[in-house]
Design a protein around this ligand. Structure first.
Ligand SMILES: Nc1ncnc2c1ncn2[C@@H]1O[C@H](COP(=O)(O)OP(=O)(O)OP(=O)(O)O)[C@@H](O)[C@H]1O
Length: 249
């Protein structure tokens, strides 16, 4: 039996009159990449925020690593968040710090009693994983958008999370760099045995990284499965148009 790391059932969330999530079900298994697609404003970020306890659902359950997130006390939530690496859309590096200092930052905040040697080793290892060891002493402003994205992913990975959440990992990048990032997402899964949720509008990214894709339509997942099955045999016009209006590389 495969181990489930996330189980979402009947999740509902409204803001006043606006019903955003109307009964979302989702499973994520150990070592799996699931891509969440959906038009702007369909509630992808709201779903992720409930997953990390930044918002609370109105109804339904959100179990992450066997725990109902909405029941957790603050210190339990903080523990859980250490298991979840959140790679933001803007890679959110500190511009005034070198790459090394950016990567040390989560270690200093979250791991006690590390020696300088241990810190150096962890920073170097993770930079090696994302192929940017040579950038260790550079400032973020000296790096390309794709390189900054890699460093952002490295900074998330340094705490060795169980689950990775990628928010639009390829947004604003050229097609070749997108392809590099897609490869990196797959490589991270192999190397770190992470389970990932990848939020994207980029269908090439969805095809190349997703074991499964799930399309959020009108507050619930309207189509779910392997990329080819979801899009090539789409019965739902909304899913079909999502494909037709995207340029697939
Ligand atoms: N804290 C909040 N208070 C009120 N409304 C909110 C809040 N958070 C999100 N919403 C609303 O919920 C809806 C879904 O927002 P969300 O950010 O999840 O969309 P999204 O699918 O992630 O969009 P995008 O692809 O553009 O990032 C939007 O209409 C948004 O205005």
């Amino acid at each position: 039996m495969e181990e489930k790391v996330v189980e979402v059932r009947g999740l509902k969330k409204s803001f006043g009159e606006l019903d955003v999530l109307k009964g979302v079900d989702l499973d994520l298994y150990k070592g799996e990449n699931v891509v969440v697609l959906g038009k702007s404003g369909t509630g992808k970020s709201v779903l992720i925020k409930i997953m990390v306890g930044l918002l609370t659902q109105d109804e339904g359950t959100m179990e992450v690593l066997g725990q109902e997130v909405s029941n957790l006390r603050t210190h339990e939530l903080n523990e859980l968040r250490l298991q979840i690496g959140f790679s933001f859309q803007a890679s959110a590096l500190y511009d005034s710090m070198t790459v090394r200092e950016n990567l040390e930052f989560p270690l200093v905040r979250n791991v006690k009693n590390l020696t300088k040697g241990e810190k150096d080793k962890m920073v170097e290892e993770v930079l090696e994983s994302v192929g940017l060891l040579q950038a260790i002493n550079q400032m973020p402003s000296e790096l390309s958008g794709g390189q900054r994205k890699r460093i952002g992913i490295a900074r998330t990975l340094i705490l060795k999370p169980e689950i990775m959440l990628y928010d639009e990992p390829t947004a604003g990048l050229d097609p070749i760099t997108c392809s590099d990032i897609n490869n990196l997402i797959n490589q991270v899964r192999e190397e770190y045995n992470t389970s990932s949720i990848i939020i994207t509008h980029d269908l090439t990214c969805a095809r190349d990284t997703g074991d499964r894709v799930a399309v959020l339509l009108d507050g619930a997942f309207g189509a779910e499965g392997q990329f080819e099955d979801v899009f090539k045999n789409a019965g739902d016009e909304r899913v079909k148009s999502f494909y037709d209006y995207n340029f697939i590389r």
